[in-house]
Write a protein that binds this ligand. Structure first.
Ligand SMILES: [Zn+2]
Length: 470
């Protein structure tokens, strides 16, 4: 368009100049007739003027040609820049393409697409909130522990469960508070020096004479006859063994309550519920009419001060202590850490998929999933969260496996919550944890070189399987 306009402009200028020259020449001819004396001088002038006119013409034409050349150069340059940009982006896409393909293969091979854990978690949360409300109303005049709002913990609630959708167990901590007229005192268990540390919860009676309801009986200042006559039993007489809170008695009490109260909660219209055998927790199987089912496990717990560290009624695989022994649990702090990471990380962060992939790989290998989870938690504080984008999944999986390898080689993997200076402020830990020396989760391997060698060989096989055999 610009070129056409310029050509038209050149033509118009040429035309104008030729018309001007014609007029000038005709003037020249009439003047030739007027006298020969001045003729030569005038003709020289006219010729000079014509030459000037021609000079002007060439100057304009030259400028226009220069302009045209400039336009052409600019256009070529812009095209070159565009082309280079396109080819750069194509190259980067081409570079990313094999990696994205690999991620796709990994996702299918290890079934990384996370099932609808969060929507189910919501259902579970609502169900338990309703159940606890019924429980509070029913036992408001009794002296059973006061059940606090549940806290989702474990792989299903953190979003990296390796189980199939129908086998997922939603683990919920139910914190217990002492009822009116009672106090809880946490005592280290003198008979056991284990990891995790164990404690007992001693229940003491407190005076309620000067409380908000002075007409009610006080366990300390009313006689046993008066208490018996009014059928008032303290927590010490119901869910304790000796002066200590008993996890098994609490589980049995709550299971009985759930079975009797189920028809009252609105969810009973949508789900059939079955309480499964469990001696220290309350395990429920919920089934829909469509046949779909899932599991909920309620674990009773006592908070340490106002921190995120709790004592849990749930025994571990390695420990099955007496029912009055409660094990220190970091599950709430871990769940809070993963929530914190998910809030800080960019959208579509791959950290949960990485953990899920590695956990699937480790399943049945004898290597500890908890050690893996600890390694991932450390890496989440060491590698900036912006580096956990989806397209970096393979790099991060590589980092996790190599981190585990280094820990096994050095027989040293530090517990995430002891003496960790990289702990996010959101996680509330008792002062003793912050000041503690780091705790080595691989201490047992340091004392058993054969077990260390075996663990390294297992990891070798898993890495080989991950990279070459899938
Ligand atoms: Zn009293």
């Amino acid at each position: 368009m610009i070129i056409l306009l310029l050509i038209w402009l050149v033509q118009w200028i040429c035309h104008y100049i030729s018309v001007y020259l014609d007029r000038d020449l005709s003037h020249q001819r009439t003047r030739t007739l007027q006298g020969t004396g001045v003729q030569s001088v005038r003709s020289w002038g006219a010729m000079l003027w014509t030459a000037l006119q021609h000079g002007l013409f060439w100057a304009i034409t030259g400028t226009l040609v220069l302009l045209l050349a400039l336009c052409w150069w600019l256009r070529t340059r812009i095209c070159e820049v565009d082309n280079s940009r396109d080819s750069e982006s194509e190259e980067s896409e081409e570079e990313d393409l094999p990696e994205m393909n690999m991620i796709g293969i990994f996702s299918r091979r290890f079934q990384l697409s996370v099932p609808k854990l969060s929507s189910r978690r919501q259902v579970v949360q609502e169900l338990l909130t309703d159940l606890l409300r019924v429980c509070q109303n029913l036992f408001s005049d009794s002296f059973f522990p006061v059940l606090q709002p549940v806290i989702g913990v474990g792989s299903a609630c953190e979003g990296w469960s390796t189980q199939k959708s129908e086998d997922v167990v939603y683990c919920m901590f139910v914190p217990l508070k002492p009822p009116r007229g009672h106090t809880f005192h946490l005592e280290p268990d003198p008979a056991r020096e284990t990891l995790p540390p164990s404690m007992r919860v001693r229940v003491e009676l407190a005076c309620t004479c000067a409380g908000e309801q002075p007409d009610q009986l006080c366990f300390l200042h009313h006689s046993q006859e008066e208490l018996k006559r009014n059928q008032v039993a303290s927590l010490l007489h119901t869910l304790c063994t000796g002066p200590y809170l008993d996890g098994e008695k609490i589980a049995l009490w709550f299971q009985t309550f759930v079975i009797s109260a189920w028809s009252v909660v609105p969810q009973s219209r949508r789900y059939r519920m079955k309480v499964l055998p469990s001696c220290r927790s309350c395990k429920m199987k919920l089934m829909k009419a469509s046949g779909r089912s899932f599991f909920v496990e309620m674990v009773f717990s006592v908070q340490q001060g106002d921190s995120d560290i709790f004592l849990s009624s749930q025994p571990t695989e390695a420990q099955f202590p007496p029912s009055t022994t409660w094990l220190e649990s970091y599950a709430v702090a871990e769940a809070k850490f993963f929530r914190h990471v998910s809030m800080q990380a960019p959208p579509h962060s791959c950290h949960l998929k990485c953990l899920r992939l590695c956990a699937r790989l480790l399943e049945g290998s004898g290597l500890s999933i908890y050690a893996l989870k600890t390694a991932v938690m450390h890496l989440l504080t060491l590698i900036p969260l912006s580096e956990w984008q989806h397209r970096r999944l393979l790099m991060r999986v590589d980092d996790i496996m190599n981190y585990l390898r280094c820990c096994l080689e050095e027989t040293r993997l530090e517990h995430f919550f002891f003496g960790n200076e990289d702990m996010p402020e959101e996680i509330s830990l008792p002062l003793a944890f912050q000041r503690a020396q780091p705790l080595n989760l691989f201490q047992h391997l340091a004392q058993d070189p054969a077990a260390q060698t075996e663990a390294l060989q297992v990891l070798d096989k898993l890495q080989y399987h991950l990279y070459f055999e899938f």
